[in-house]
Write a protein of this length. Sequence first.
Length: 198
Amino acid sequence: MTIIWKDLPDWEQVNILEDPGDKLVGADMREADLSEAILIEANLRGANLHGANLREADLIGAILIEANLRGAILTEANLHGANLNHAELSGAKLREANMLGANLNRALMVGVDLSYAYLRGADLTKAYLIGANLRGANLSEADLRRANLIGASLTWANMSGASMSGAKPIGANLLGAFLRRRSERSQRSRKLMCRKER
């Protein structure tokens, strides 16, 4: 049976949040106030969180595969290692969110706000980031292969070591973005130069 969050009494909502298990799979949680909720490793696969408030929520390792997070507020949320494969995040606000190592493979993120988000080592392969705001985001070591970045803002973003093979940054703003990846060869030559100077 699919849970309809707004129809549940407060005490039942609290009980579910304390031990979510698989109760939230496919749940209808549109516009729910889940700010500061602790949902570590919660299974929210296919859940409808359209317009939900998840500000500062703890979603470490959460399963959000195919979840609808369109227009959701996830400002400063902790999504470290979360799985958002094929999730719908268009128009969501993820400013300053921790998304270290998150799986955003094929996620639909049109117009998403990821400004100053921490996306180090995140998997963004084939993600749709059309018109996304990634200003000041840390994308170091992120996998952006075949990602669609048309019209995205990457100003002052850290993209050192990011994989960009086949990505489409057409019309993207890369002003001040740090793109350089030091090759092993350049690191070796720098070490040799240091030795010679001694």
